[in-house]
Ligand binder design. Structure first.
Ligand code: BG6
Length: 516
C-alpha cells in the first residue's frame, strides 16, 4: 500500500491488519505504557488487527534484558488489562517484544537503537517500517526527535515509512507549541507527525461526526436559529493522584481545554467537511478554532472562572485538598477547575454561547455535551395549567454511560393540559455491547495505516493555544486570592454558576432530563 495515498488508506481500513512494522516506545517503563498502550496493542492483537510481521522495541532508563522486559510487560498487562487475558494471543505477542535501555539525551542510545532495530527487522520481517511513540515527559519531545533525526532513524526511505507519535501536552503555551512544531519540523515532514489526543480515540467522540453527518434530521437545526447554547462538561471525581508534579506545571486549563475539550467543540461546531480525508476534516476543525472570539483581558475576567478544590467528601470518603496532595505546594495557585464562556463568530453560531467546564474532585465523573434548543412560543398554552415550557435538550454522553438522549415535552395523561419531560435514549451498550478498550486502539491502528484524521495538525494545535493564551496571561498576572474556592465533591466554585445565571441559564444537572 502507498501510505500517502488516502484512497489506499481507506481501502485498508476495512478491518484488515496494517502492513509490517516495528513500534518503538520511548517511556516503556512509564505509566502510560502499562496502563494504556500495552493493553491497547494487546486488544489489537486479540482482534487480529496487528500485522503478522510486528515488533515492539521498548526504551527507558532502567536496565532490562529483552527477557526481563517481556516478563515485566506480562506482569503489567495482567494487572491492568480489563478483559479476558488470552494466553495464546499473549504468547504470540510477547515474543515480539524487545528492549533497549538508555538516556534519551545520550546520542549513544540512538546508535544502540539503530542496531536493535536492524536485528528486529531481520528477525520479525517488519520491512523497515517504523512507528516511534513518545510516551515520555514533554521536555524530551524535541530532544528525542532531534536525536532520531541525527541518527538517521526517521528518514523515509523508498516505500519504508517512519512516523512519530507525540503525546500531549504539545507545548506549555502558544510560544512553546510554536517552537516545538518548528523543532519537530526541522527533522520530520508534517505527514510523519502524529500529535495524539486520546479523546479522539473514544467511540462517543468519533460518533459526533456520524451523528451529525450520517443523519438528515439533526443538521438542519444545528445552528443559531434553533440552538440556544451549548454546554460541555468534563467532570472528574479523581484528584491529581500521583501526578502532582506534572499538574503543578499544567493546571486544569492546559491539561484539558486546548486539547480534549476543543476536540469536542470543533467536532460539534464545524461545517460538514467535503470528505473524511484528514485534510478536509482538519481544515474545518481549525476554522472553528480561528472563529472563536478572542478574549481581551476584560473578557477573560468576565468569561473565565478558575477554581481549586479544598478538602471534602466523595463517595462517603473524606478526600484531601489539592494543596495537601503529594508534590503540590502548600500555597499552590494552580487551578484544578475552569469554566469558560466562548463565542464562535461565524454564520452558523453567532450569538450562541459555548459554555465549558472541567475540574477534578467534582461531584460525579461525567463527560457530556448538551445542546440546548430554543423554547417554542408559549401561545398555545396560555389558558392551561402549563406555566412554562422547558427547552428541548440533546445530550451526548461521552462517558461513563456512553449514549445520546433527547428530551422533549409530552402531555401528561388526564383531562387537563399538563406537560412533563420525557427522554428518548440511545445507549451504546444496548446496541453494541461492551468490549474492553483503552481508547488508544483506533489511534494506534490508524497510525500504523497512515491515517492522520484522528490526530492533530500543527496549525490546529497552535489555533487551540491561541484561544487560551489570553486566559493564561491574565491568570498569571493576577494570581487568585480566593483559592481553595470549592469543596471536593461539589460541582465547583459558585462563580461558574454565576457565569450562566447572568445570561439567564444554568448548568445541566447530569443524570436529569434537564435543568429545571
Ligand atoms: C488526561 C489528563 O489527558 O486526560 C488527565 O492529563 C485527565 O488529567 C484525563 O484525568 C482524562 O481522560 P479520560 O479518558 O479519563 O476522560
Amino acid at each position: 500500500m502507498d501510505a500517502h495515498d488516502p484512497a489506499a488508506v481507506s481501502r485498508e481500513r476495512l478491518g484488515n491488519p496494517p502492513g509490517p512494522c516495528a513500534m518503538v516506545m520511548f517511556g516503556a517503563g512509564g505509566d502510560l505504557t502499562k496502563r494504556k498502550l500495552m493493553p491497547a496493542i494487546f486488544n489489537l492483537a486479540k482482534g487480529k488487527l496487528l500485522p503478522e510481521h510486528f515488533a515492539i522495541v521498548g526504551i527507558s532508563i532502567e536496565q532490562y534484558s529483552d527477557e526481563q522486559f517481556r516478563q515485566r510487560m506480562t506482569d503489567d498487562v495482567r494487572e491492568f488489562y480489563g478483559g479476558d487475558f488470552d494466553t495464546s494471543v499473549w504468547d504470540w505477542f510477547v515474543k515480539r517484544l524487545y528492549y533497549v535501555s538508555g538516556d534519551f539525551k545520550d546520542p549513544a542510545l540512538y546508535t544502540k537503537l539503530g542496531e536493535q532495530l536492524a536485528k528486529v527487522e531481520g528477525e520479525q520481517g517488519t520491512e523497515g517500517n517504523r512507528l516511534f511513540y513518545l510516551a515520555t515527559s514533554p521536555t524530551f519531545f524535541p530532544i528525542i526527535v532531534q536525536h532520531l533525526g541525527s541518527a538517521g532513524l526517521v528518514k523515509q526511505d523508498g516505500s519504508k515509512w517512519r512516523r512519530v507519535v507525540i503525546e500531549k501536552p504539545f507545548g506549555h503555551d502558544l510560544a512553546t507549541a510554536v517552537a516545538l512544531n518548528r523543532s519537530v519540523g526541522e527533522v520530520l515532514d508534517e505527514t510523519q507527525v502524529y500529535r495524539i489526543d486520546h479523546y479522539l480515540g473514544k467511540e462517543t467522540v468519533q460518533n459526533i461526526l456520524a451523528f451529525r453527518f450520517a443523519n438528515g434530521i439533526f443538521e438542519p437545526v444545528w445552528n443559531r436559529r434553533y440552538v440556544d447554547h451549548v454546554q460541555v462538561t468534563v467532570a472528574e471525581q479523581l484528584g491529581v493522584e500521583l501526578r502532582g508534579g506534572y499538574y503543578e506545571t499544567a493546571g486544569a486549563l492546559r491539561d484539558m481545554v486546548p486539547n480534549h475539550i476543543f476536540q469536542l467543540i470543533t467536532l460539534s461546531a464545524m461545517e460538514p467537511p467535503i470528505s473524511f480525508d484528514a485534510a478536509a476534516v482538519h481544515d474545518e476543525q481549525t476554522k472553528v478554532l480561528r472563529a472563536i472570539q478572542p478574549l481581551s483581558p476584560e473578557r477573560v475576567l468576565d468569561q473565565a472562572v478558575r477554581g481549586q478544590y479544598a478538602d471534602g467528601t466523595i463517595g462517603g470518603k473524606h478526600v484531601d485538598a489539592y494543596r495537601n496532595e503529594p508534590q503540590v505546594a502548600h500555597d499552590s495557585k494552580m487551578p484544578t477547575y475552569v469554566a469558560i464562556a466562548l463565542h464562535i463568530d461565524n454564520w452558523r453560531w453567532a450569538g450562541v454561547p459555548f459554555y465549558l467546564r472541567t475540574g477534578k474532585r467534582l461531584k460525579e465523573r461525567v463527560t457530556q455535551m448538551v445542546i440546548r434548543f430554543r423554547r417554542p412560543p408559549f401561545v398555545l398554552f396560555r389558558k392551561t395549567l402549563v406555566e412554562k415550557i422547558p427547552p428541548n435538550e440533546l445530550v451526548i454522553h461521552i462517558e461513563p454511560d456512553e449514549g445520546i438522549s433527547l428530551s422533549f415535552e409530552a402531555k401528561i395523561p388526564g383531562p387537563s393540559v399538563r406537560l412533563g419531560p420525557v427522554n428518548m435514549d440511545f445507549r451504546y451498550s444496548d446496541y453494541f455491547g461492551t468490549a474492553p478498550s483503552t481508547g488508544y486502539e483506533t489511534l494506534l491502528y490508524d497510525c500504523m495505516l497512515g491515517d492522520p484524521t484522528l490526530f492533530q495538525r500543527a496549525d490546529m494545535v497552535e489555533a487551540g493555544w491561541s484561544v487560551v493564551q489570553p486566559i493564561l496571561d491574565v491568570w498569571s498576572a493576577l494570581p487568585p486570592r480566593d483559592f481553595p474556592n470549592y469543596a471536593a465533591g461539589s460541582w465547583g466554585p459558585s462563580q461558574a454558576d454565576e457565569l450562566l445565571r447572568r445570561d439567564g441559564r444554568e448548568w445541566h444537572v447530569p443524570g436529569t432530563p434537564k435543568a429545571r
